[in-house]
Design a protein around this ligand. Structure first.
Ligand code: SF4
Length: 456
């Protein structure tokens, strides 16, 4: 039996694409191994959203440049972006396949097996989504589920429309069938995925919009939590908030990337909304009957961003009081329209703004998390951290909660829903003890949100 190793870079869409690739390879008789050294086929599922991720992929490939006995493949966004140039930079690579062509992957692997030296899948014309009955999910109780692929927007800093192609939604019937199957297999938490998840439009005559799909998924027996990411502010509707209000199963957390608090920068970024429109969405959530945690993405140092623009972003943090955020320095990407913009912000200044932003947000998170001490939170238990002796899970608001549970040594809590009394808080996580537990816990031992959401 042939073996393969796959490493994933980037967002949750990539993590789930890898699960589908793993399933497709297993169906062809391949067995997954845990290191490239042990594998016949080595795949890198890449991300090109930031320069750093792309560099990492090439550095991995460099390590094996003299290796003749293995087949190397590059998948995902870097594959799409660089295309056949990858063969020039890393001549030992034999397979290059962009995410819009994943449905052709089994066929491409078959060609390699038949002895073809190099194969590529780089078409962006694909009208299909990567539908496969084979996805091998890493978790037994949490499932990602793609409902829409690609992107029809054209944010100036982003390569996704180029690397993932135009938007293609799956039919509501296909999504519902997969959710029911997952529920029957014991999955209780579903995360609906899309580059712009709320731009979902059912291509079948049923014509469900995203809010309708979300409500129907939340009603499937056996499903206890539904999450979705990433939402685009221009397509965010009051109906989505109404579904969160009505359906306890839908987690009360929305990731709504703003990128900048300045209208001038938003226009240069081609984000298709203003600060006012964004704050209208925030207003719907703040007025909701259930409290809704709000997180975001911010880019600092976009070309032309002035000190005044940056201050508008800081003022937005003040106004929204985000529960958490992902922040980045702008980095120019090949094929992204922003490449042509002048008025680049010096690296040092970008670094200064990023530090200010992160310190500001850290203070907000310390305050907000401290308010939760003494409350009881429901946690879906995801793993045990042997280094700290704590279980780790997330609350419906997507806060990381590390906790102890007396007497749980023998019995695994993985995949279970546990009520935890919050006893301490840190900037990035909470700590506590299950209501049956007694031992104290330290905050921030297992913080983090894992793979970032998709780039919207
Ligand atoms: S940032 Fe999101 S919405 Fe904008 S182009 Fe990229 S994927 Fe599309």
């Amino acid at each position: 039996m042939k073996t393969f190793y796959i490493e994933t870079f980037g967002c949750q869409m990539n993590v789930h694409d890898t699960e589908k690739v793993v399933g497709a390879l297993a169906a062809r008789g391949y067995r997954e191994v845990d290191s490239p050294e042990k594998a016949d086929l080595v795949l890198y599922n890449t991300c090109s959203i930031r320069d750093k991720a792309e560099k990492k992929v090439y550095s991995r490939l460099q390590q094996f440049r003299r290796e003749k006995s293995k087949v190397f493949g590059v998948l995902g966004c870097v594959a799409q972006q660089e295309g056949e140039q990858i063969f020039e930079r890393a001549p030992h690579v034999r397979l290059v396949c962009g995410s819009a062509s994943y449905s052709r992957l089994p066929e491409l692997i078959a060609e390699i097996e038949q002895g073809r030296e190099r194969v590529t899948g780089l078409s962006l014309d694909a009208e299909q989504t990567f539908e496969t009955p084979y996805a091998r999910r890493r978790s037994r109780f949490q499932a990602f589920l793609t409902i829409i692929e690609g992107c029809d927007k054209s944010c100036a800093y982003c390569v996704v429309p180029f690397t993932r192609g135009p938007e293609r939604s799956r039919t509501s019937a296909a999504v519902m069938e997969e959710v029911r199957r997952l529920a029957a297999e014991g999955y209780t938490e579903i995360t609906l995925l899309g580059q712009n998840v709320n731009s979902y439009r059912d291509p079948s005559p049923a014509r469900w919009d995203f809010a309708t799909l979300l409500a129907r998924v939340a009603e499937v027996p056996g499903i206890r939590r539904v999450r979705f990411t990433t939402s685009h502010p221009a397509d965010f509707t009051r109906e989505i908030v109404a579904v969160i209000e009505e359906k306890e199963t839908v987690c009360n957390h929305v990731h709504l990337p703003v990128q900048s608090g300045s209208d001038r920068v938003l226009a240069r970024m081609q984000r298709l909304y203003t600060r006012e429109r964004y704050l209208e969405c925030i207003g719907w959530m703040k007025a909701a009957r259930r409290p809704i945690a709000i997180t975001t993405d911010i880019i600092v140092g976009f070309p032309g961003e002035t000190e005044r623009d940056f201050e508008r972003t800081i003022a937005l943090l003040d106004e929204v009081q985000y529960d958490s955020l992902f922040s980045f320095k702008y980095s120019p990407r090949p094929n992204a329209p922003a490449l042509a913009l002048d008025e680049q912000v010096p690296e040092e200044e970008k670094g200064r703004r990023l530090r200010i932003l992160q310190e500001y947000q850290r203070a907000i998170q310390i305050r907000k998390n401290a308010r939760l001490v003494g409350t009881v939170q429901e946690v879906l238990v995801e793993r045990f951290n042997p280094a700290t002796g704590q279980w780790v899970g997330h609350t419906p608001e997507n806060r990381t909660l590390n906790f102890t549970c007396a007497g749980s040594g023998e019995e695994s809590l993985l995949g279970r829903y546990v009520n935890v009394l919050v006893t301490r808080s840190g900037p990035n996580s909470l700590a506590g003890e299950s209501l049956t537990g007694t031992s104290p816990a330290a905050p921030d031992a297992g913080a983090g949100l894992g793979a970032p959401p998709t780039n919207s």
